[in-house]
Design a protein around this ligand. Structure first.
Ligand code: GLP
Length: 238
Protein backbone atom coordinates (compact mmCIF):
# COMPACT_ATOMS: atom_id res chain seq x y z
CA UNK A 1 0.00 0.00 0.00
CA UNK A 2 1.40 3.36 -0.99
CA UNK A 3 0.50 6.45 1.04
CA UNK A 4 0.92 9.88 -0.54
CA UNK A 5 0.48 12.94 1.68
CA UNK A 6 -0.25 16.21 -0.12
CA UNK A 7 -1.03 19.74 1.06
CA UNK A 8 -4.68 20.17 0.22
CA UNK A 9 -7.69 18.98 -1.78
CA UNK A 10 -6.55 20.78 -4.92
CA UNK A 11 -3.18 19.00 -4.92
CA UNK A 12 -4.95 15.69 -4.31
CA UNK A 13 -7.29 16.34 -7.24
CA UNK A 14 -4.42 17.25 -9.54
CA UNK A 15 -2.34 14.24 -8.52
CA UNK A 16 -5.13 11.67 -9.00
CA UNK A 17 -6.31 13.31 -12.24
CA UNK A 18 -2.73 12.98 -13.49
CA UNK A 19 -2.69 9.25 -12.69
CA UNK A 20 -6.01 8.77 -14.51
CA UNK A 21 -5.01 10.80 -17.57
CA UNK A 22 -1.69 8.94 -17.82
CA UNK A 23 -3.63 5.63 -17.87
CA UNK A 24 -6.04 6.92 -20.51
CA UNK A 25 -3.09 8.18 -22.53
CA UNK A 26 -1.14 4.89 -22.49
CA UNK A 27 -4.29 2.84 -23.07
CA UNK A 28 -4.21 0.98 -19.72
CA UNK A 29 -7.29 2.72 -18.37
CA UNK A 30 -10.51 2.05 -20.26
CA UNK A 31 -12.84 1.44 -17.30
CA UNK A 32 -12.87 3.89 -14.39
CA UNK A 33 -14.55 3.14 -11.08
CA UNK A 34 -16.10 6.31 -9.70
CA UNK A 35 -17.29 7.24 -6.23
CA UNK A 36 -19.75 9.75 -4.84
CA UNK A 37 -19.19 11.86 -1.72
CA UNK A 38 -17.30 15.11 -1.39
CA UNK A 39 -13.78 13.58 -1.25
CA UNK A 40 -13.41 12.72 -4.97
CA UNK A 41 -14.90 16.03 -6.19
CA UNK A 42 -11.47 17.73 -6.54
CA UNK A 43 -10.44 14.81 -8.78
CA UNK A 44 -13.43 15.35 -11.07
CA UNK A 45 -12.81 19.11 -11.08
CA UNK A 46 -9.17 18.59 -12.08
CA UNK A 47 -10.19 16.10 -14.77
CA UNK A 48 -12.68 18.63 -16.13
CA UNK A 49 -9.89 21.24 -16.35
CA UNK A 50 -7.31 18.91 -17.91
CA UNK A 51 -9.72 16.80 -19.98
CA UNK A 52 -8.44 15.21 -23.18
CA UNK A 53 -10.66 13.96 -26.04
CA UNK A 54 -9.60 10.37 -25.19
CA UNK A 55 -11.05 10.72 -21.69
CA UNK A 56 -14.56 10.94 -23.17
CA UNK A 57 -14.33 7.43 -24.55
CA UNK A 58 -13.85 5.57 -21.24
CA UNK A 59 -16.56 3.60 -19.41
CA UNK A 60 -17.40 4.27 -15.78
CA UNK A 61 -18.96 2.21 -12.99
CA UNK A 62 -20.21 3.80 -9.79
CA UNK A 63 -19.86 2.04 -6.47
CA UNK A 64 -23.31 2.34 -5.03
CA UNK A 65 -26.85 3.74 -5.04
CA UNK A 66 -29.63 4.28 -2.52
CA UNK A 67 -32.57 1.92 -2.64
CA UNK A 68 -35.98 3.52 -2.92
CA UNK A 69 -34.88 6.99 -4.04
CA UNK A 70 -36.17 8.01 -7.49
CA UNK A 71 -33.36 8.81 -9.94
CA UNK A 72 -34.98 12.22 -10.43
CA UNK A 73 -34.03 13.03 -6.79
CA UNK A 74 -30.96 15.32 -6.84
CA UNK A 75 -29.21 13.16 -4.22
CA UNK A 76 -29.74 9.81 -5.92
CA UNK A 77 -26.32 8.61 -7.00
CA UNK A 78 -27.63 8.40 -10.58
CA UNK A 79 -28.18 12.17 -10.42
CA UNK A 80 -24.91 12.86 -8.56
CA UNK A 81 -22.80 10.81 -10.97
CA UNK A 82 -24.54 12.43 -13.95
CA UNK A 83 -23.85 15.91 -12.55
CA UNK A 84 -20.32 15.44 -11.18
CA UNK A 85 -18.84 12.84 -13.50
CA UNK A 86 -20.71 12.28 -16.79
CA UNK A 87 -21.24 15.96 -17.55
CA UNK A 88 -17.91 17.30 -16.23
CA UNK A 89 -15.84 14.64 -18.00
CA UNK A 90 -18.17 14.62 -21.05
CA UNK A 91 -18.53 10.84 -20.88
CA UNK A 92 -20.97 8.95 -23.06
CA UNK A 93 -24.01 8.43 -20.74
CA UNK A 94 -24.52 5.00 -22.32
CA UNK A 95 -21.14 3.96 -20.92
CA UNK A 96 -21.73 5.24 -17.39
CA UNK A 97 -23.22 2.66 -15.05
CA UNK A 98 -24.76 3.09 -11.61
CA UNK A 99 -26.32 0.23 -9.59
CA UNK A 100 -30.06 0.00 -10.22
CA UNK A 101 -31.41 0.70 -6.75
CA UNK A 102 -34.88 1.36 -8.21
CA UNK A 103 -35.18 -2.09 -9.78
CA UNK A 104 -38.28 -4.24 -9.13
CA UNK A 105 -35.91 -7.18 -8.77
CA UNK A 106 -33.03 -6.00 -6.60
CA UNK A 107 -31.18 -9.37 -6.25
CA UNK A 108 -31.17 -9.73 -10.05
CA UNK A 109 -30.04 -6.11 -10.50
CA UNK A 110 -27.06 -6.88 -8.21
CA UNK A 111 -26.08 -9.87 -10.36
CA UNK A 112 -26.59 -7.82 -13.54
CA UNK A 113 -24.24 -5.12 -12.23
CA UNK A 114 -21.47 -7.62 -11.55
CA UNK A 115 -22.00 -9.03 -15.03
CA UNK A 116 -21.83 -5.58 -16.65
CA UNK A 117 -18.48 -4.94 -14.94
CA UNK A 118 -17.22 -8.34 -16.12
CA UNK A 119 -18.35 -7.70 -19.69
CA UNK A 120 -16.59 -4.34 -19.72
CA UNK A 121 -13.35 -6.17 -18.89
CA UNK A 122 -13.23 -5.25 -15.19
CA UNK A 123 -12.38 -1.94 -13.54
CA UNK A 124 -8.90 -0.64 -14.38
CA UNK A 125 -8.75 2.04 -11.69
CA UNK A 126 -11.21 2.48 -8.83
CA UNK A 127 -11.48 5.85 -7.09
CA UNK A 128 -12.63 5.57 -3.47
CA UNK A 129 -13.53 7.84 -0.59
CA UNK A 130 -13.84 6.57 2.97
CA UNK A 131 -16.62 7.12 5.50
CA UNK A 132 -16.01 8.03 9.12
CA UNK A 133 -16.77 4.41 10.10
CA UNK A 134 -14.15 3.16 7.64
CA UNK A 135 -16.74 2.19 5.02
CA UNK A 136 -15.86 2.15 1.33
CA UNK A 137 -18.68 2.31 -1.17
CA UNK A 138 -21.54 1.55 1.20
CA UNK A 139 -19.78 -1.46 2.71
CA UNK A 140 -20.55 -0.78 6.31
CA UNK A 141 -18.60 -2.37 9.21
CA UNK A 142 -19.12 -6.18 9.32
CA UNK A 143 -19.11 -6.40 5.49
CA UNK A 144 -17.44 -9.56 4.24
CA UNK A 145 -14.12 -9.09 2.44
CA UNK A 146 -15.45 -11.48 -0.22
CA UNK A 147 -18.77 -9.67 -0.75
CA UNK A 148 -20.04 -8.76 -4.20
CA UNK A 149 -22.72 -6.25 -5.26
CA UNK A 150 -25.66 -6.61 -2.88
CA UNK A 151 -28.24 -4.82 -0.75
CA UNK A 152 -27.03 -3.41 2.56
CA UNK A 153 -28.70 -1.58 5.43
CA UNK A 154 -27.12 1.80 6.15
CA UNK A 155 -25.88 2.33 9.71
CA UNK A 156 -27.39 5.16 11.78
CA UNK A 157 -23.94 6.85 11.62
CA UNK A 158 -23.87 6.86 7.80
CA UNK A 159 -27.49 8.02 7.63
CA UNK A 160 -26.65 10.85 10.04
CA UNK A 161 -23.53 11.78 7.98
CA UNK A 162 -25.55 11.89 4.78
CA UNK A 163 -28.55 13.71 6.31
CA UNK A 164 -26.89 16.99 5.26
CA UNK A 165 -27.90 16.24 1.67
CA UNK A 166 -31.60 15.83 2.52
CA UNK A 167 -34.28 18.17 3.91
CA UNK A 168 -34.83 16.01 7.00
CA UNK A 169 -32.76 13.08 8.41
CA UNK A 170 -35.64 10.62 8.01
CA UNK A 171 -35.54 11.16 4.22
CA UNK A 172 -32.17 9.37 4.04
CA UNK A 173 -32.95 5.90 2.65
CA UNK A 174 -32.50 2.89 4.96
CA UNK A 175 -31.00 0.64 2.30
CA UNK A 176 -28.52 0.80 -0.53
CA UNK A 177 -27.10 -1.33 -3.31
CA UNK A 178 -23.31 -1.40 -3.23
CA UNK A 179 -20.42 -3.12 -4.90
CA UNK A 180 -18.94 -5.53 -2.38
CA UNK A 181 -15.45 -5.45 -0.94
CA UNK A 182 -14.65 -8.42 -3.20
CA UNK A 183 -15.85 -6.40 -6.20
CA UNK A 184 -13.68 -3.43 -5.21
CA UNK A 185 -10.64 -5.63 -4.57
CA UNK A 186 -11.02 -7.05 -8.10
CA UNK A 187 -10.22 -3.64 -9.63
CA UNK A 188 -6.71 -3.63 -11.08
CA UNK A 189 -5.75 -0.53 -9.17
CA UNK A 190 -7.45 1.39 -6.35
CA UNK A 191 -6.86 4.99 -5.30
CA UNK A 192 -8.48 6.17 -2.07
CA UNK A 193 -8.69 9.91 -1.40
CA UNK A 194 -9.43 11.54 1.95
CA UNK A 195 -9.18 15.06 3.30
CA UNK A 196 -9.63 16.59 6.74
CA UNK A 197 -9.08 15.70 10.41
CA UNK A 198 -12.46 13.95 10.60
CA UNK A 199 -11.11 11.20 8.33
CA UNK A 200 -7.82 10.66 10.23
CA UNK A 201 -9.02 7.78 12.44
CA UNK A 202 -10.64 5.91 9.52
CA UNK A 203 -7.53 6.39 7.34
CA UNK A 204 -5.23 5.13 10.10
CA UNK A 205 -7.46 2.10 10.77
CA UNK A 206 -7.60 1.29 7.05
CA UNK A 207 -3.85 1.70 6.46
CA UNK A 208 -2.22 0.59 9.70
CA UNK A 209 -4.93 -1.20 11.68
CA UNK A 210 -5.63 -4.92 11.71
CA UNK A 211 -7.47 -6.51 8.82
CA UNK A 212 -10.99 -6.47 10.15
CA UNK A 213 -14.54 -6.43 8.88
CA UNK A 214 -15.14 -3.69 11.46
CA UNK A 215 -13.05 -1.38 9.23
CA UNK A 216 -13.99 -2.24 5.64
CA UNK A 217 -11.23 0.05 4.33
CA UNK A 218 -8.64 -2.29 5.88
CA UNK A 219 -9.50 -4.75 3.08
CA UNK A 220 -7.38 -2.53 0.83
CA UNK A 221 -4.27 -3.87 2.60
CA UNK A 222 -4.93 -7.05 0.61
CA UNK A 223 -4.83 -5.22 -2.71
CA UNK A 224 -1.57 -5.44 -4.66
CA UNK A 225 -1.88 -1.92 -6.13
CA UNK A 226 -3.59 0.37 -3.62
CA UNK A 227 -2.67 4.04 -3.20
CA UNK A 228 -3.99 6.27 -0.43
CA UNK A 229 -3.83 9.99 -1.26
CA UNK A 230 -4.50 12.22 1.74
CA UNK A 231 -3.90 15.71 3.02
CA UNK A 232 -1.89 16.33 6.21
CA UNK A 233 -5.01 16.43 8.39
CA UNK A 234 -6.32 13.09 7.16
CA UNK A 235 -2.80 11.66 7.67
CA UNK A 236 -2.61 12.97 11.26
CA UNK A 237 -3.14 9.60 12.98
CA UNK A 238 -0.71 7.64 10.80
C1 GLP B 1 -20.90 7.86 1.13
C2 GLP B 1 -20.46 7.13 -0.13
C3 GLP B 1 -19.01 6.69 -0.01
C4 GLP B 1 -18.14 7.86 0.42
C5 GLP B 1 -18.60 8.35 1.77
C6 GLP B 1 -17.77 9.50 2.31
O1 GLP B 1 -21.21 6.98 2.15
N1 GLP B 1 -21.28 5.99 -0.40
O2 GLP B 1 -18.57 6.18 -1.28
O3 GLP B 1 -16.80 7.47 0.47
O4 GLP B 1 -19.95 8.80 1.63
O5 GLP B 1 -18.22 10.72 1.78
P1 GLP B 1 -17.41 12.07 1.83
O6 GLP B 1 -16.32 11.94 0.83
O7 GLP B 1 -18.41 13.12 1.47
O8 GLP B 1 -16.90 12.22 3.21
Amino acid sequence: MQVIILKNAEEIGDYVAGVILAGVDDGSLKVLGVATGSSPLPVYEALERRRTPELSSISAFALDEYVGLPYSHAESYHAVIDREVTKRLRLDPARVHVPDGASDDLPQACLDYEEAIRQAGGVDLQILGIGGSGHIGFNEPTSSFASRTRIKTLTPETRADNARFFDTPDQVPLHCMTQGLGTILAARRVVLVAQGRQKAAAVAAAVEGPLTAMCPGSALQLHPDATIVVDEQAAADL
